[in-house]
Design a protein around this ligand. Structure first.
Ligand code: S3P
Length: 170
């Protein structure tokens, strides 16, 4: 079984992915962490040295490695499905789950967690909200190609994990 969590930055992919993998007794991979481990560089450093385009090439290459593994939950980066036809690669190699979180919730979370995220780290709160709104609109058609879409209405992590488990075993 291979499960990929997709969704915007701040949607909870890493936290929920880890909890889900523990409960399903599967391995857990966070694609950003995997890239950082393999390259010995932070995502911020990669963006600074190679630009976003360079990062997207690396992200695609490491995703190709990750999809060859089995029995795992993978939390992807917010942009991963949206470049280099990665959504097709993901959907051909497992079950994708889109964590669909409201703009206001994302904005609130990301205003506190933007420093390690090169795309948003220099934005003030007003700029942040309009960036997320525009960017999310562009990305949503891709996110919605996920096998399972979870409208995240709860802040309760365990409840959310249960909901995902119910959907993937249907
Ligand atoms: C990005 C999301 C980040 C990381 C990079 C770019 C994006 O991952 O891959 O900063 O384009 O949305 P998270 O979604 O885990 O923050």
């Amino acid at each position: 079984m291979k499960i990929y969590l997709i969704g915007y930055m701040g949607s909870g992919k890493s936290t929920i992915g880890k909890l889900l993998s523990d409960q399903l007794k599967l391995d857990f991979i966070d694609l950003d962490k995997y890239i950082e481990h393999e390259t010995g560089k932070s995502i911020t450093e990669i963006f600074a040295q190679n630009g976003e385009a360079g990062f997207r090439v690396m992200e695609h290459d490491y995703l190709k490695k990750v999809v060859t593994k089995d029995n795992m939950v993978v939390s992807l980066g917010g942009g991963t499905p949206c470049f280099h036809n990665n959504i097709d690669l993901i959907n051909k190699n497992g079950t994708s789950v889109y964590l669909d979180v409201d703009l206001d919730v994302l904005t609130k979370r990301l205003s506190k967690e933007k420093n390690d995220r090169p795309l948003i780290k220099n934005l003030n709160d007003t700029e942040l909200k309009s960036f997320i709104e525009r960017n999310l609109e562009k990305r949503e058609t891709i996110y919605k190609q996920a096998s399972i879409i979870i409208k995240v209405k709860t802040l309760d992590k365990d409840e959310l994990v249960e909901k995902i488990k119910r959907k993937i075993t249907i």
